[in-house]
Design a protein around this ligand. Structure first.
Ligand SMILES: Nc1ncnc2c1ncn2[C@@H]1O[C@H](COP(=O)(O)OP(=O)(O)OC[C@H]2O[C@@H]([n+]3cccc(C(=O)O)c3)[C@H](O)[C@@H]2O)[C@@H](O)[C@H]1O
Ligand SMILES: Nc1ncnc2c1ncn2[C@@H]1O[C@H](COP(=O)(O)OP(=O)(O)OP(=O)(O)O)[C@@H](O)[C@H]1O
Ligand SMILES: [Mg+2]
Length: 275
């Protein structure tokens, strides 16, 4: 498998060194509106965690359907989902995000019974204890399942929050938060996402909240940067073409290469990218 250069990765992930927030917001809103009309669906659904990415993607979805309603007179809508595993420790942050997004409709689905049932079935079948890490991925995949039940029921598209700083290390669950229909934040660094939230008038607490996947029972709210061992600041520097000290640049490139399968469709006998 080829070893990509920093510039090739930047190009593959479509990252700009600098963004103009107003232009960038317009580009992404037009994408959401254009693709929604092409799909002939009625709107979007997205889980709102209280973190930066779903706050930004959720607000963009709401603004896109409001513009489309105004322009077409049709009943487009955005559905926000709260998907806690039991009681979420930072529920107040999620409520703050919902107040910022002001979604047309929101529902709460507790994923705990489904996740616990799946873990129990696995453990009964295998006689093994499922690790907390593996269970974390089950949580992300259960959220994907709930998204698609809402998508089917309400004729809407599932929105993902993947952006360049998560795509770079492949920091998402395959067919969990990676299992979506469209990703309006693609190509943005973490800092550029913050700039867009700021431009949209989000409260500072939303865009300064430290990023967490929050998937572990044993370490609630574990910071992404602690798990990754690389800071978003460094990944953003890499993505915007700045020089990153050795051996961190090598680690980033290695992680990008080893997660290539997560950014692609399932490998077929006709694919050659891995050779
Ligand atoms: N070379 C290869 N070619 C094709 N498929 C390959 C493969 N290597 C593994 N696989 C498959 O991929 C699976 C592993 O992928 P996956 O199940 O995703 O598992 P994995 O990448 O090990 O874990 C997901 C990571 O994403 C993080 N995450 C998840 C969700 C949200 C967020 C967040 O920031 O919010 C972060 C999470 O903390 C964890 O570090 C393997 O079990 C195997 O089935
Ligand atoms: N408790 C939750 N309730 C609803 N949706 C969730 C929850 N946890 C995760 N998600 C969904 O999974 C996505 C991936 O999580 P991720 O942590 O990357 O994003 P975030 O929480 O929005 O932002 P940040 O990365 O800054 O924490 C979220 O954007 C959201 O759509
Ligand atoms: Mg999060």
């Amino acid at each position: 498998m080829r070893r990509p250069t920093q510039q090739q990765i930047i190009d593959e992930l479509h990252v700009k060194p600098v963004i103009n927030p107003a232009e960038e917001l317009r580009f992404r809103l037009d994408f959401l509106k254009g693709y929604l009309q092409f799909s002939r669906m009625k709107g979007f659904v997205l889980g709102i965690s209280g973190g930066q990415d779903s706050s930004l993607a959720g607000r963009l979805c709401q603004l896109a359907v409001e513009e489309l309603r105004e322009e077409t007179g049709s009943d487009y809508r955005f559905i926000a989902l709260r998907l806690p595993y039991g009681v979420q420790k930072d529920e107040e942050d999620a409520q703050r995000a919902l107040r910022f997004i002001r979604p047309d409709k929101s529902y709460v689905v507790n994923i705990k019974p489904a996740v616990d049932g799946a873990v129990q079935s696995f453990e009964e079948a295998t006689g093994l204890k499922m690790s907390d890490f593996n269970k974390g991925n089950q949580k992300a995949q259960e959220r994907m399942t709930v998204h698609y039940r809402f998508a089917n029921a309400f004729n809407v598209l599932v929105v993902g929050t993947d952006h360049a700083a998560e795509a770079l290390p492949g920091f998402f669950t395959k067919y969990g938060d990676g299992g979506v229909d469209l990703t309006p934040l693609s190509g943005l660094s973490k800092q550029q996402g913050r700039e867009l939230l700021k431009h949209l008038g989000a409260p500072e607490d939303i865009y300064l909240k430290p990023p967490t996947a929050d998937l572990l029972d044993e370490v609630p709210g574990r910071l992404d940067e602690d798990e990754l061992g690389i800071s978003y600041e460094v990944m953003d520097a890499f993505l915007t073409g700045k020089s990153v000290p050795e051996p961190v640049d090598e680690r980033i490139i290695h992680r990008y290469q080893s997660t290539e399968h997560k950014r692609r469709l399932p490998v077929t006998p006709f694919d050659t990218w891995w050779q």
